[in-house]
Design a binder for this molecule. Structure first.
Ligand code: ADP
Ligand code: MG
Length: 257
């Protein structure tokens, strides 16, 4: 959206390998996110998109490779590394999951303030002010005291976005944020993500919404079989993909039957 490819690199991912038992899921992933850039990560189901995203946030420990944020941390993964060693990555990024993953017994306000208060240990008043402003901004000012079960899927997912923003990350990670929603609720979530992109947030967005990717993404990274097959400007990769595997994937999405 902001065409920031000349901006400095915010995140550099190199040589990321991840296996689950003998299932080699990531086979050497490389890509870069520049400051202010929106990177759409697309590819067939099972190609390793979620696993790649989770590695960036220290939720999975790759077997090899490096995840490096400009100004740190830089984590070089080695076999047998302890999960704690990767948690430093959460200082820089925050994840919005496919399902919202809210605590059912917490109110909306408690859900979005728990991380800043208990993990980041920030002052209560500042955290409450920030939460009030962010909830208002996504149209949920009147839902602070509501429980997640009383909200629609679209509202729950907007709370999930606020929870990520509350951590003041430098990079937002979205894993198919609308794929679990009823079709009529998709738009209200995409609008929020698009506004964040326009504001200059850096993000990696896993999505099957190609029209949305074309609209908001600067760069498309296409993954298949645990490798990055093609990467380039969104308009180019989505309109005239060069690699046969990218072409076949686009055809399947555009003409599913
Ligand atoms: P995508 O998001 O592109 O659909 P995933 O990263 O979810 O792909 O999954 C890629 C592969 O990794 C799949 O074969 C999946 O079964 C496997 N996988 C993902 N997470 C785990 C896990 N926690 N344990 C074992 N296998 C996993
Ligand atoms: Mg996935």
């Amino acid at each position: 959206m902001s065409q920031n490819n000349s901006a400095p690199a915010l995140l550099t991912v190199s040589g990321l390998h991840k296996a689950f038992a003998d299932n080699q899921v990531l086979k050497g992933i490389n890509f870069t996110v520049h400051a202010g850039e929106v990177v759409a990560l697309i590819g067939p189901s099972g190609s390793g998109k979620t696993t790649a995203l989770r590695c960036l946030n220290g939720l999975e420990i790759p077997n090899a490779g490096t995840v490096a944020f400009a100004g740190g941390p830089e984590v070089q993964f080695t076999a047998g590394m302890k999960p704690k060693s990767a948690q430093v990555l959460r200082q820089r990024s925050a994840m919005v999951f496919q399902g919202h993953h809210l605590f059912p017994h917490f109110t909306v306000l408690q859900n979005v303030t728990a991380g800043p208060l208990e993990v980041q240990k920030r002052p209560r008043e500042e955290v409450l002010d920030q939460a009030t402003a962010l909830l208002a901004r996504v149209g949920l000012a009147d839902k602070a005291q509501a429980y997640p079960s009383s909200l629609s899927g679209g509202q729950q997912q907007r709370v999930g976005i606020v929870r990520a923003l509350m951590l003041k990350p430098d990079l937002l990670l979205f894993d198919e944020p609308t794929s679990a929603l009823d079709p009529e609720l998709v738009g209200e979530v995409l609008v929020v993500i698009k506004e964040l992109a326009q504001e200059g947030w850096s993000m990696v967005l896993v999505t099957h919404e190609l029209a949305f990717a074309r609209d908001v993404a600067d760069t498309v990274v296409f993954m298949d079989g645990g490798v990055v097959v093609e990467t380039g400007p969104a308009s180019q990769v989505l309109s005239t993909p060069q690699n046969p595997r990218t072409q076949a994937f686009m055809q399947r999405l555009l003409h599913p039957f």
